[in-house]
Design a protein around this ligand. Structure first.
Ligand SMILES: CC(=O)SCCNC(=O)CCNC(=O)[C@H](O)C(C)(C)COP(=O)(O)OP(=O)(O)OC[C@H]1O[C@@H](n2cnc3c(N)ncnc32)[C@H](O)[C@@H]1OP(=O)(O)O
Length: 605
């Protein structure tokens, strides 16, 4: 018996209840809260019984789960409970049924299309209660509720026990061989017009569908045999009254092969990216190979004596796989091949996947940064193509002459750039969100970080962090800072020099070139150079008081710091003159001997 941590009796006002996709007993009455509670408990019951059933049948995964039931439209689960058992009662049996549209072989080996055919999908009685008539009780209740006849029910890969059960209780012994997992019994097709076996009261004419196709002659039909045909596809076919025979054949073939083996093995597997790429890159070979496999009705008939094996074993000889699920995988390979061809290679998907060449895959080789990092295809954040990468500037970067850097007096604009760079790197390298983002009036930290990263990329800065060297004798002199290059000595400053980050290459490129780089937006998506200034960020430790002042968008790479709006820099280092920094009360030195700096800047923009 299967007992639960909760009392099942409220869910089972009667021994057998019916559960549909709403996961509620058909007898349920209650408010929203009770509904949620009942759904939760019913899900647990179904999952538990489904798991036990799978274990009992030796299946690797349950055929029945609450999730599957929720997603289904035409399936019903019957649950049998013993409310007297234990304290909370116990659930003792499960029977899942549903209707299927099937192409089936009749006794003559001809294909018939059966719509809404009753199917037994899962059946389980707890081991402790088997062979006590509970199974029959459950089955009979189901037949009564659904108004089905036992002989009209197809059974999805029945176990030996179920075959014995059906033989004993309903005299069902002689099966009609099928190429799929379903087992039918002789009499299934008899008097079909007046039975539930056909929704429309009559079965399809053998060999021909409504489209007049001899689908049994198709290699795929021979491979799959009777195969599930979706309602929607059928309606589509019926709507098309005209059209060439060839089109119809292609359509039918496509329709059949797109649909997986049905029943408990028919669940669509999630799209496999490997399969996608494999088939997309020429998976037709796989299709051709699989298509060579054929299982004719006569072949299937050879296995009629043992319906458990008949369809699958024939296929297993081809696939050389023993496990039913693996065999199913073999079948689905074919299915996926067609899916890959017909679905995943559609132009729209190709566009999305960038395989059709319409995506922003540059025709030119991807430019590489001086450090060797490839730059991603450029696309602005707005989704538009970004302007071409300034390769010219990048190509100039290696032409660095450090001697010239040290000797040459930078023009004011260049000095501004050089002086402001360290702050920018600091901001970007150490969570600039905490700086600019902390002030609601300032621009977002993201913008700053992005600008900083753009600068890093365009100017190909090899970031280096420099220790702060206190210069006590100069602290009282409010003189402008100068750009510090790796080869430069510490600058004169009214405060200890903040960590100045500048690679020789960048300094050279700015001073030597002194031209305005193009003003366009680049993000870290394009540069791929996130956190290049890691070392700087660690050294500067920007606080929420750190801001950036950029009055307007100037030349790309020129970011003015702490300059009041409207003020233009008049002398090199003017901006830094305005910068305020304080030294901590501990004399300006941290435990590590570095200056503890706090920057106070004006609002940005
Ligand atoms: C589509 C599918 O769901 S296939 C999977 C079917 N489910 C399983 O195989 C799970 C394990 N088996 C069970 O849960 C049960 O045995 C069921 C559901 C098949 C039958 O439920 P029960 O309560 O045992 O059925 P019930 O008592 O009404 O009928 C008993 C008859 O079932 C058959 N049967 C039940 N158990 C066995 C068994 N272990 N071995 C052989 N036949 C069995 C016999 O014909 C038996 O009659 P018998 O005792 O005179 O030989």
């Amino acid at each position: 018996m299967v007992d639960f941590r909760f009392d099942i009796k409220p869910l089972f006002p009667q021994p057998i209840i019916k559960v549909a996709s709403n996961l509620l007993p058909h007898t349920f009455r209650g408010d929203r809260r009770q509904c949620l509670d009942a759904t939760s408990k019913m899900s647990e019951i179904i999952d538990r019984l489904g798991h036990l059933s799978a274990v009992s049948q030796g299946l690797s995964k349950p055929v029945t789960t609450a999730q599957r039931l929720r997603m289904s439209e035409n399936q019903t689960i019957y649950l049998l409970a013993d409310t007297e058992a234990g304290h909370n009662g116990a659930v003792t049996g499960l029977l899942k049924v549903g209707t299927k549209d099937l192409y089936l072989f009749d006794e003559k080996g001809q294909t018939r299309k059966m719509e809404q055919s009753p199917s037994i999908l899962d059946f389980y009685v707890h081991e402790s209660r088997q062979r006590a008539g509970l199974g029959k009780h459950l089955y009979e209740t189901m037949l009564s509720e659904e108004q089905w006849l036992p002989i009209k029910c197809s059974v999805d890969r029945p176990s030996e026990k179920l075959l014995a059960f059906l033989g004993k209780h309903y005299g069902l012994k002689r099966t009609i061989p099928q190429a799929n997992n379903f087992v039918l019994y002789e009499g299934f097709f008899e008097d079909a017009a007046s039975q539930n076996g056909s929704r429309n009261g009559h079965a399809e004419s053998p060999q021909r569908t409504k489209n007049g196709l001899h689908i049994t002659n198709s290699p795929n039909t021979q491979l799959f045999g009777a195969t599930y045909l979706g309602d929607e596809a059928n309606k589509r076919n019926n709507r098309r009254g005209s059209g060439s025979q060839q089109q119809l054949q292609q359509q039918q073939l496509h329709q059949i092969t797109q649909i997986s083996p049905n029943g408990r093995y028919g669940a669509k597997r999630p799209t496999c990216s490997m399969a996608e790429s494999r088939h997309g890159a020429g998976g037709t070979g796989n299709i051709a190979r699989k298509s060579e496999v054929s299982l004719t009705p006569s072949q299937a008939r050879q296995h009629a004596d043992n319906p458990l094996k008949s369809p699958l074993d024939a296929l297993s000889r081809v696939n050389h796989r023993q496990d039913p699920f693996q065999r199913r995988s073999g079948l689905q390979d074919v299915d996926e091949s067609f899916l890959a061809m017909n679905t995943f290679m559609r132009p729209s998907r190709l566009r999305n996947s960038g395989l059709d060449g319409n995506l922003a895959v540059p025709s030119n080789p991807v430019p590489a940064t001086p450090t060797g990092a490839a730059v991603a295809p450029m696309r602005s954040t707005s989704g538009q193509e970004a302007p071409a990468q300034p390769q010219q500037q990048q190509q100039q970067l290696p032409q660095v002459n450090m001697a010239a850097v040290q000797q040459q007096q930078p023009p004011p604009a260049v000095a501004q750039q050089q002086q402001q760079q360290p702050i920018i790197h600091a901001g970007s390298g150490n969570s600039n969100k905490g700086g600019g983002g902390g002030n609601a009036e300032s621009s977002s930290g993201n913008d700053i970080a992005e600008i900083a990263e753009q600068l890093q990329h365009l100017q190909a800065i090899e970031i280096e962090a420099y220790e702060l060297v206190p210069e006590p004798e100069q602290e009282q002199e409010p003189e402008p800072e100068e750009v510090v290059t790796p080869a430069s000595p510490p600058r004169r400053s009214h405060t200890p020099t903040p960590p100045t980050v500048r690679s020789p290459e960048v300094a050279e490129s700015i001073i030597g070139d002194n031209r305005k780089p193009p003003a366009f937006q680049l993000s870290k998506q394009h540069t791929g150079m996130k956190n290049r200034s890691f070392g700087v960020g660690m050294a500067v430790m920007p606080t929420s008081k750190m801001e950036f002042n950029q009055q307007e968008r100037e030349d790309f790479g020129v970011v003015k710091i702490n300059r009041p709006l409207g003020n233009e820099a008049t002398t090199p280092g003017h901006d830094n003159t305005d910068a305020m920094s304080t030294v901590s009360s501990t004399g300006g030195l941290t435990d590590q001997g570095y200056n503890d700096l706090k920057f106070y800047h004006n609002k940005l923009w």
